[in-house]
Design a protein around this ligand. Structure first.
Ligand code: AMP
Length: 182
């Protein structure tokens, strides 16, 4: 659990947009948080707080908002950055994993040489909902032999169970703000 002051301060910088991208979904828009210098810095500092002082080789960010946060986090902890992208975007030899969505399936990829076995990696994205995307990302990282130290997200939607799903895989999870519902 994060301290209430941090959670309240950060929550106020996230914009909630009802019925986007489809009816019934409340889109949690972090562009307003990113545009606020103090909130952006605070979020980046707090995301990796559980691993402060530990050696982190790589930060892996999930396309696309995980790139913005993950790049800043990587700089902050002096780690390299590894992009995990939607199918068809990475130019070199790739490893892919397919995962289920509410309707249908999707595929994410990582460069096969993005990591060497035994490297210590923290996964970053803006939000965890069902955890399907993050679970697929953990599988990719582990397939390359990475040691996944943990995963961090600015926003948790706990009713969708994603954080518990990742913890069940043995991945420690850090989230900064939570919103009830979908
Ligand atoms: P999931 O795989 O269900 O955990 O979905 C996580 C991914 O979908 C993240 O990359 C999020 O950016 C995006 N996402 C899911 N639900 C929302 C939401 N309500 N608002 C903003 N982004 C969302």
């Amino acid at each position: 659990m994060t301290e209430p002051v941090l959670e309240n301060d950060l929550r106020a910088t996230v914009r909630s947009i009802p019925d986007y991208p489809k009816p019934g979904i409340i889109f949690r828009d972090i562009t307003t948080m990113l545009g606020n210098a103090r909130a952006f810095r605070r979020a980046v500092d707090e995301l990796v707080q559980p691993w402060a002082g530990m050696k982190i080789d790589k930060i892996a960010g999930i396309e696309a908002r995980g790139f913005i946060l993950g790049g800043a986090v990587a700089h902050q902890v002096s780690a390299g950055f590894v992009p995990i992208r939607k199918k068809g975007k990475l130019p070199h030899k790739r490893v892919s994993v397919t995962y289920m969505l509410e309707y249908g399936e999707d595929e994410i990829e990582i460069h096969a040489d993005a990591l060497v076995a035994g490297e210590r990696v923290v996964l970053v994205d803006d939000l965890i909902a069902t955890g399907g995307t993050a679970e697929a990302a953990v599988k990719l990282l582990r397939q390359l032999g990475a040691e996944v130290l943990g995963a961090c997200f600015v926003i948790d939607l706990p009713d969708l169970g994603g954080a518990s799903r990742l913890r069940d895989l043995g991945v420690p999870v850090r989230t900064l703000i939570s919103f009830q519902g979908h």
